[in-house]
Design a protein around this ligand. Sequence first.
Ligand code: FMN
Length: 207
Amino acid sequence: MKTLLQINTSMFETHGQSSQLASRFAAEWQEANPQGQVTVRDIGRDPVPHLTAERFQAFLAKPEARTPEQQAVAGFSDTLIDELRRADVILLGLPMYNFGVPSSLKSYFDHVARAGVTFRYTERGPQGLLKGKKVYVFATRGGVHAGTAADTETAYVRDFLAFIGIEDVEFVYAEGLAMGDAPKEKALVAARQAIRRIMAPVEALAA
Ligand SMILES: Cc1cc2nc3c(=O)[nH]c(=O)nc-3n(C[C@H](O)[C@H](O)[C@H](O)COP(=O)(O)O)c2cc1C
């Protein structure tokens, strides 16, 4: 059975444009994969706490030596990682807030980067341990940044996912969402068309 994990990071939760594009994709995917399982992790609604020295120590402590508090912290991280591990397809809603990714996504990344679990260091450098996944990123912005130095998100998200072993990453952009009704509508229509283009071959195979 195929599994899809949808990660919403918009502060507007399911109302965010990025969440809505991800949900549209998830609905089409579910139609093409009726037996498939969809899991939603909404970190706009339920934010991941900032990584602190105490929380990081919980990751480092040996499982049998963890205090109850450390067990809870490591257990939460394990749950997030298990969701990623189980997923064949991962959808990431990615708004731009103040020139970067939502802080909730940074905290999430800080909780799924675990030495010996999602990556390890080798003589040839770091090696990601999550394999065989496809990620679609729905990047929504008020302005237009893709391909410019102001787009700090694309390289960061790609680099982080590659670090934990996920290299097959495709971006769908909806930009200019704060530049007036017409540009906004045009960008959203184009993003929806991109979703159709991605899903059409999958649906043809499923038919
Ligand atoms: C607090 C805040 C900060 C924002 N900062 C930027 C920014 O730096 N650059 C930009 O292009 N758009 C910016 N925007 C516009 C958002 O990227 C846009 O509204 C997008 O739809 C957000 O995705 P969401 O609807 O999924 O939350 C900002 C919006 C908010 C609410």
